[in-house]
Design a protein around this ligand. Structure first.
Ligand code: COA
Length: 153
């Protein structure tokens, strides 16, 4: 794979909604994440191929939200590179814990996060029912609960 360059999104730069919407169907929630967090962009030869956001939640705790890779570039290791980059950025920022939440139906994401060293810590029951109007189906499973994962940095 060609080298991926990851940098912080600049103020005033266009928000890459198309990519961000792959990870979260709600524009409102994405806007909130962008306002509250730091958005990182991944480029291969000047093309934007991936994105993630780090959010400060509690003291010394960051949450990785909205990891997404352009469909044309998926399955090549970019997602894993982004998650590992987020872990080192969180560490550089002095966080002690990195958290991630994903849907009960997001089987591949659950594999990816655990391969990157995160462990399941809990279940936020009915999270997706509470926060999303539309029914979400993935891998033939209804997405209802949020699986919480965490890593000590
Ligand atoms: N089938 C099964 N597992 C697969 C797969 C496939 N086609 N492609 C990747 N994986 C799994 C493998 O376990 C792989 O681990 P490995 O490196 O040990 O083989 C792991 O995922 C990471 O693969 P990678 O190529 O780095 O993932 P990616 O670049 O495709 O990015 C996502 C993963 C989830 C970011 C990407 O698929 C995506 O943007 N999806 C839509 C947005 C989304 O769901 N975001 C997460 C919200 S919680």
């Amino acid at each position: 794979m060609e080298k991926i360059l990851i940098r912080e999104m600049n103020k005033g730069e266009d928000i890459p909604y198309e990519l961000l919407l792959l990870a979260d169907p709600s524009r409102e929630i994405i806007k909130d994440y962008i306002n509250r967090g730091i958005c990182y962009l991944g480029f291969i030869e000047n093309s934007l191929v991936g994105v993630y956001i780090l959010l400060r939640t509690r003291p010394f705790t960051l949450e990785l939200v909205n990891v997404a890779v352009d469909e044309r570039y998926q399955g090549k290791g970019i997602g894993k590179t982004l998650v590992l980059d987020a872990i080192s950025k969180a560490r550089e920022k002095g966080a002690k814990t990195l958290e991630i939440g994903t849907g009960n139906s997001s089987i591949m994401q659950l594999a990816l996060y655990q391969k990157c060293g995160l462990r399941i810590t809990g279940i936020d029951k009915d999270f997706f029912k509470r926060h999303y109007k539309e029914k979400i189906l993935e891998n033939g499973i209804e997405c209802i609960d949020m699986i919480r994962l965490s890593m000590d940095l």
